[in-house]
Write a new protein. Structure first.
Length: 102
């Protein structure tokens, strides 16, 4: 959607996305966050199984723990990135709503 110059507000020509488009992106990000969070839950259950004190510690178990930790760190980085993206989309939506309500 195109918004022209508004000399009273001091705004320039801008192209904005429709609020519905922004909301779709927010929903997509929220779904990705939920899926990533579920990955954490699965890894937590795996760690509980691996940490069973009755199981002997082996090189394979240590390697599994390292892989699980690495995957959890990747998921955490992905969550941080998705959170940043979600914040940007919310800011964009606020700005579009402000422009439409002037």
């Amino acid at each position: 959607m195109y918004i022209g110059v508004n000399c009273a507000d001091g705004t320039t020509d801008r192209i904005y996305r429709m609020p519905s488009e922004i909301k779709e992106d927010i929903e997509d990000i929220s779904d990705k966050i939920q899926k990533t969070y579920q990955m954490f839950n699965i890894r937590s259950m795996l760690l509980d199984i691996i940490e069973d004190e009755s199981a002997p510690v082996s090189k394979g178990m240590v390697r599994s723990l390292e892989e699980t930790l690495s995957a959890a760190n990747e998921a955490l980085e992905q969550l941080k990135s998705l959170d940043d993206e979600l914040t940007e989309l919310k800011d964009e939506l606020r700005e579009v709503r402000w422009v439409l309500n002037r």
